[in-house]
Design a protein around this ligand. Structure first.
Ligand SMILES: [Zn+2]
Length: 820
């Protein structure tokens, strides 16, 4: 997951296309047996415990005055009452996300007023209180709560039933009926009731526009029946690379509840920090929780046990399960900094202050390592009642194990094939421990390597294959491929529409095995997410798209409708103090040529945007100008483009460096085509005048994997040239290296070539940004008159021994061959 070969991962997946299966949500729903015992039934909070929760500080439980709304009570006759328009909630203005399975409009409306009573049984104490708090936030009175059914002319009722029809036989299913005299939510379980309450919250989105409380609200009569398509609907939050206080976690749990997600996958341990208090090993919090940054500052923090229990309880109130992730055997360097005796090398080891994958992992040959981990897991299980414990299992370099006597002895003693077998041994041993304690193991798809342990479930991230393989072996899988579910990726790789196109069911999975695909998660790794605002902007609105896909099923042509509904949610996100980002990159900047005249054209990615630009070149008008038509591209300069939606800025300014030169739109022929994942704009990518940025996915860079660049530029006719500049991008963590060497040859006929031997390479000091460098290689030579220019740049070959992926082919990334 992580940085390192992030490019690889996205590639691996980008290559795959997902077909939309013709499976309906309902079908899937009923195929699922009890095997993955639904999370909501596994809530280990007794009723007593839940009651106890209510003794807590209320402001913490409902930090964002969510909600308002609702309320209903006797169906009002609008012909006589004349309530103010603003008190009437129109169904047309409602925008429910995820889309309910069935929504039926009915005649009439329901009036919520001081006369309304809220009734629920003791079994629904938690849910009743939750709803009462929401209603109270929207009205000028306190709603009357009645524990036992009494006759009333205006009633809001929460009720558990056991006579749902077959199509609603699901623990999260609910039915909401709004009639003139009653608003009723029924469900088989408390979880279903809570999901129904969230729908009621969403029905009254208009009320979110104002914090004004009212004495009366009028709600339209309707009937909704609803249930999820997938059992597991989650967000993975990495609090290791950057740490987020518990208040942020509460905010996210509220948002998950609002969108009917049911899992917070809490990534609590990694190389860069340990975030969970463990009594038995206090150095974990003294040493492993802090790192010394490159500038010498100390960064870190961790949650106390009380804080974690609060988080678990807060989630449980909303029927969300928190699954803790304790990484092993890799991503453990922070632990080993405090307890080096459980490493192979014995240390000294430091908490990592960089991003990537690191070679210090737990020693698998040392029995005390397992005792140590089991002690930790025992305390973890005391805090987290989840059915599943996530053990990571990903990205564990085997270098230390290969050179460790104890690990090699273990391989021999256990008759394991190799280090992959040792990883499998490691995971299986931990799984036995978890199973003995009544828990199930889930890990990233690397746990498939060397053989999957007996009851393990797999979280598929390197594409869909991990989930496919697991399901084919009758193991459960959660899908979060880098192609669709990585929220740390930029919008150029994964935008709202891309996430919405996600289908968690692998294309080639036999229908009878679909039941093993539990659902999906979006993964929020936080290497480049230093603060809450950045976190918000990456998670929202994209997570909302996944929430709908997982609840309502994969897209079957709903996207436009979803997009329109989403627009109505932004005021709510504002209300929740969520600093959401944008949905997609606002525009494309392209260049082209017509009648020998190059031009620049801007294309909006959404029709509801307005574009303004500033074109800074020698003779350009540098005022901010509304974009209407293509711009002339005859000079070198920088184009800045600003997008606006409803007159508000939409995303950051987009800057594109443009270079006019002799080979602009020269035809390019390739000996080796670029890799299919990185074609950039295609045939003219190297001569389109657009220079690549520090983002290797910006659409300007062409990538060659394990191959040389060998291209011929046709200048159209003979030109005098004396300088060639080639830009290469270097990003070692992503396997992208500079060329090993290059040559330039010229020809008038493409038959006789003359290599330019006396190249003056102009030294350029390129600036590095977070491990990425854009290197211009400037070659000067004596002026020559020629038509064809051949550029050959030699791929650097296999990744060197020091690299985490040593021995793999490296990438060569080039953009623009500038001829002057
Ligand atoms: Zn070892």
């Amino acid at each position: 997951m992580r940085m390192k070969n992030r490019m690889m991962r996205s590639n691996v997946i980008a290559a795959r296309t997902l077909s939309v299966l013709q499976r309906t949500a309902a079908k899937f729903f009923f195929v699922l047996p009890e095997a993955f015992v639904p999370l909501w039934q596994k809530n280990r909070y007794s009723k007593k415990h839940i009651y106890a929760l209510f003794g807590r500080n209320k402001s913490r439980r409902f930090p964002f005055v969510l909600v308002l709304f609702l309320a209903l009570s006797s169906c009002a006759d609008f012909t006589t009452g004349n309530p103010p328009d603003s008190a009437i909630v129109s169904l047309d203005s409602a925008a429910i996300i995820p889309q309910p399975v069935l929504l039926e409009k009915r005649q009439g409306s329901f009036k919520l007023s001081e006369e309304t009573q809220l009734t629920y049984s003791e079994d629904l104490f938690n849910e009743g209180n939750y709803l009462a708090t929401l209603i109270d936030s929207a009205v000028t009175f306190k709603i009357k709560k009645i524990k036992n059914q009494q006759v009333s002319e205006s009633e809001i009722e929460l009720k558990l039933v056991n006579d749902f029809p077959e199509e609603l036989q699901h623990g999260e299913a609910y039915r909401l009926i709004i009639a003139p005299d009653k608003l009723q939510i029924t469900a088989l379980t408390q979880t279903g009731i809570m999901r129904g309450i969230q729908t009621v919250r969403q029905l009254f989105i208009p009320a979110f526009h104002s914090d004004e409380k009212r004495a009366e609200w009028y709600l339209p009569c309707l009937k909704i029946e609803d249930k999820p398509a997938f059992e597991h609907r989650g967000l993975m939050l990495d609090v290791c690379r950057h740490f987020f206080e518990k208040e942020v976690v509460f905010k996210y749990i509220d948002a998950l509840a609002f969108y009917k997600m049911n899992v917070l996958h809490f990534h609590l341990t990694d190389d860069q920090g340990w975030r969970i208090a463990i009594d038995k090993y206090p150095l974990l919090n003294k040493i492993s929780s802090f790192r010394t940054e490159k500038d010498g500052s100390i960064y870190g923090g961790s949650y106390t046990k009380d804080e974690l229990k609060e988080i678990v309880a807060y989630a449980a109130e909303r029927h969300i399960v928190v699954i803790p992730e304790i990484e092993l055997p890799g991503h453990a360097q922070a632990v080993l900094a405090a307890y080096p005796q459980f490493s192979c090398s014995g240390g000294p080891i430091e908490v990592v202050n960089d991003w990537g994958v690191f070679k210090e992992i737990y020693c698998a040959g040392n029995d005390s390592t397992f005792t140590f981990i089991e002690d930790i897991l025992t305390e973890v299980m005391e805090i987290f009642p989840s059915e599943y414990i996530h053990i990571g299992g990903d990205e564990a370099p085997k270098f230390r194990w290969e050179h460790c006597e104890k690990c090699q002895q273990r391989i021999a003693d256990e008759r394991l094939t190799d280090e992959h077998g040792l990883q499998s041994y490691f995971i299986q041993r931990i799984e036995k421990f978890l199973n003995a304690n009544g828990r199930k193991l889930i890990g990233w798809d690397e746990i498939l390597e060397g053989g999957l342990s007996e009851n393990a479930s797999v979280q598929s991230w390197r594409g869909m294959d991990g989930g496919l393989t697991a399901a084919q072996q009758n193991h459960y899988a959660v899908m979060s491929p880098t192609s669709h579910c990585y929220l740390d990726y930029g919008l150029e790789a994964i935008d709202l529409k891309k996430i919405y196109s996600f289908n968690p069911i692998p294309e080639n999975l036999a229908v009878e095995l679909h039941k093993y695909i539990l659902g999906g998660e979006c993964n929020m790794w936080t290497e480049h997410v230093p603060d809450e605002a950045t976190l918000d902007s990456k998670v929202f609105p994209r997570m909302i798209a996944l929430a709908e896909v997982l609840w309502s099923g994969p897209d079957t042509g709903r996207y436009e409708d979803f997009y329109q509904r989403l627009q109505k949610h932004y005021p709510i996100l504002d209300h929740f103090k969520i600093k959401y980002g944008i949905e997609t990159l606002p525009l494309k900047i392209e260049t082209n040529v017509a009648d020998h005249a190059p031009y620049i054209i801007l294309t909006k990615n959404q029709p509801d945007l307005e574009l303004k630009y500033r074109w800074a070149c020698a003779d350009c008008d540098t005022n901010l100008t509304v974009y209407k038509n293509r711009l002339s591209f005859s000079q070198t300069g920088v184009l800045e483009v600003y997008a606006f939606k409803n007159t508000k800025p939409y995303g950051d300014v987009i800057k594109q460096e443009l270079r006019a030169h002799l080979a602009l739109f020269a035809a390019v022929s390739y000996t080796n085509p670029p890799h299919e994942w990185y074609p950039a704009s295609g045939a003219f990518a190297l001569t389109d005048g657009k220079l690549g940025s520090y983002n290797f996915r910006d659409g300007n860079w062409q990538g060659f994997w394990g191959r040389d660049v060998d291209v011929i530029l046709d200048l159209g006719d003979e030109r005098y040239i004396s300088k060639i500049t080639m830009n290469f991008l270097e990003y070692i963590n992503a396997w992208i290296l500079n060329p090993a060497s290059f040559t330039v040859s010229v020809s008038d006929d493409q038959v006789t070539w003359k290599e330019l031997g006396d190249l003056l390479v102009v030294p350029v000091s390129a600036e590095e940004k977070e491990g990425i460098t854009v290197n211009p290689f400037i070659l000067q030579f004596e002026e020559i008159n020629t038509r064809y220019v051949r550029v050959q740049a030699e791929n650097a070959g296999k990744l060197p021994a020091a690299h985490e992926a040593a021995g793999q082919d490296s990438w060569l990334f080039i953009d623009e061959i500038i001829v002057e």
